[in-house]
Unconditional design. Sequence first.
Length: 187
Amino acid sequence: MSILLRPWNSDDADDLSRAARGSDDLAPQFGGADLADASAARGFIERHLRFDDTAKNWAVEIDGHAVGNVGATGIEFRHQTAWMSYWLAPDARGGGVAAASLARVSDWAFRAGLHRLELGHRMNNRASCRVAHAAGYLVEGIERQKLRYGDERYDVETHARLATDPQPRERGTAVALRTDIPARRQN
């Protein structure tokens, strides 16, 4: 299995649409967007899976298909922070891909000059918690009723990883990251 992290592009629209249709649990990741067809998915990629100075979204590509995302958003170099997120299509889960991809992007963020990376997951999403721990993120607390999906509110467990924290244990899942990506746009 070959795993590559790279910016999303319009050619990924069919893969994004397939992932969105593959599992109802991904709907919150897409903010209610209807990604039933490639045209809608292309628009979502352009608007929401940006790759710029304050948001970097990497497509998780396995064997030539985009099967997920690892994002660093709210990138702020004054305080050296970013908010991390991740998701995978159902058929790509369970093999350590999410944790290895998150760890790889986190390493990139630290090399780019960030110091603190934060993330959160719904308390009922134990799989996401396992990903965070495996990628070296430590629990910091619970934000009560932070998220709302439909009429239901969810508590969120927050995690963070600092540049000074120990590296997470390697788990044997090799992930390549496009290295020609600058941390900030060059003027």
